[in-house]
Design a protein around this ligand. Structure first.
Ligand SMILES: [Mg+2]
Length: 435
């Protein structure tokens, strides 16, 4: 390997795991993100007493410019933050209003650092649950990317009310708790089969509108990986009924055959470090648990579970010591799919980041996500004034390579050695550095 470059080959691994949503299965983001945004707003208006005004912003495409993956909510202060790799606040909003430098220093000190996000940078899982999760939220994938916009407009509404009432009320905002309730309603797994979530109902009724078919290049590449005696697994947070619906659409009815084992409702990042039991799946129902010391069978679908037990089963099936087995995980969520497997499970990871497409020199963005992944408001996802953002730092530290889509990796033979011309690990070309 040349100095200051990274090299990577899928051939170096015995076991390769894949995330489903945003990795193997891609969404039509220009359709699905506004739909999620509308459902969140409707929930707040219909169940939490917010004004109809929230819905008025839905018809304005420019509003989508306020979305970017990787933003942080400061729930109590009502702010949205963009951070660099040291936790320095590069840019901040209160509601939809840009904060001035002096407002940022007044709120967070002249260092422009917030103790809660510093804790997150030190240990990204510390804010997953518990008290910090009530103060701060990082928006990490396309399921929650629209939250920053809903949150900001809801904060505006509360500020306007406080002003109207001439109150000097400075009490913490409660908007995030309301949005979390809405997110839980929209994505709760039971709501796929019982029809209670507009999200699942819309995808069920118009899959062509919201989902993309996975490229035949990727499907063929998965087959070749499996034929070359690598063990493949699919690990998704979705319950089996929704995963089956989306994967059947994107990969075909026989999607399960592409993998040696499929794990649904995996509850990442806990899957990689906690010792949850696997459960059998009976039809679309979660059935009996499997003891932690029991052997897993292949060509099956499980629910929940843990990496240690899966790792042991793979090592036995290929007759190798666990310590000699090399495993890779591929996904688009930089904490759940990239940080957690690498930092907590001793795996390697490969990052998928569609944002690379909007920030590379040559690319013309495909229609299905033009509106969503390029933000004129927050600007680059990767750099600000030449300084890497927190997310570029995570990619550099925890992933072996970062590609815009899986197709970029699958276009090469499986024994291809990828050589990157940058030390972060971006392939095929790094995003343009914004000075
Ligand atoms: Mg994903």
């Amino acid at each position: 390997m040349r100095p200051h470059t990274k090299a990577f080959s899928f051939n170096d691994y015995h076991v390769i795991g894949f995330d489903l949503d945003g990795t193997i299965l891609r969404y039509n983001l220009d359709e699905v993100v506004p739909m999620e945004h509308e459902l969140l707003c409707r929930y707040l208006v219909e169940h939490k007493g917010y004004s109809n005004q929230l819905l008025a912003f839905l018809d304005k495409p420019c509003e989508m410019d306020f979305l970017q993956k990787g933003l942080f909510l400061d729930a109590e202060r009502g702010n949205v933050l963009k951070l660099d790799n040291n936790g320095y606040i590069l840019k901040a909003n209160h509601g939809t209003r840009t904060m001035t430098d002096s407002e940022i220093s007044n709120a967070y000190g002249c260092e422009r650092k917030w103790s809660v996000t510093l804790q997150f940078i030190n240990d990204p899982l510390c804010a997953w649950n518990g008290p910090l999760a009530e103060k701060m939220r990082s928006l990490l994938d396309y399921f929650d990317i629209s939250v920053s916009l809903v949150f900001a407009h809801a904060i505006d509404e509360i500020d306007a009310k406080r002003k109207l009432n001439n109150t000097t009320d400075q009490s913490p905002y409660n908007v995030w708790a309301d949005i979390l309730e809405a997110l839980i309603h929209i994505y709760t797994r039971e709501n796929f089969s019982n029809g209670k979530s507009g999200y699942f109902e819309k995808i069920k009724s118009q899959p062509d509108r919201y989902l993309l078919k996975t490229s035949p290049v990727v499907i063929d590449w998965l087959r070749k990986l499996k034929e070359s005696n690598k063990k493949l697994f699919l690990l998704t947070g979705s319950h089996i009924d929704f995963a089956n619906f989306t994967a059947s659409y994107a990969l075909g009815e026989n999607w399960r055959d592409l993998f040696d084992v499929v794990i649904c409702f995996a509850r990442k990042p806990g899957f990689f470090h906690a010792g949850r039991e696997f459960h059998q799946i009976d039809g679309f129902r979660e059935a009996d648990p499997i003891n932690l010391d029991e052997n897993l069978e292949f060509n099956k679908v499980y629910s929940m579970g843990n990496w240690k037990q899966l790792q042991k089963a793979f090592a036995q099936s290929i007759d190798i010591d666990v310590s000699d087995m090399r495993s890779l995980y591929v996904g688009d969520n930089l904490i759940q799919d990239v940080y957690a497997p690498e930092a907590l499970a001793g795996m390697d990871s490969l990052a998928i980041s569609e944002e690379m497409l909007s920030e590379s020199e040559e690319s013309e963005l495909p229609n299905h996500f033009k509106k969503i992944i390029a933000s004129n408001y927050w600007e680059s996802y990767f750099y600000e004034d030449g300084v890497p953002t927190l997310w570029t730092h995570i990619v550099a530290k925890y992933s072996k390579m970062c590609v815009p889509t899986l197709e970029h990796a699958a276009a090469k033979p499986i024994d291809y050695e990828f050589r990157m011309n940058n030390e972060i690990g971006f392939y095929p070309s790094p995003p343009v550095v914004v000075e």
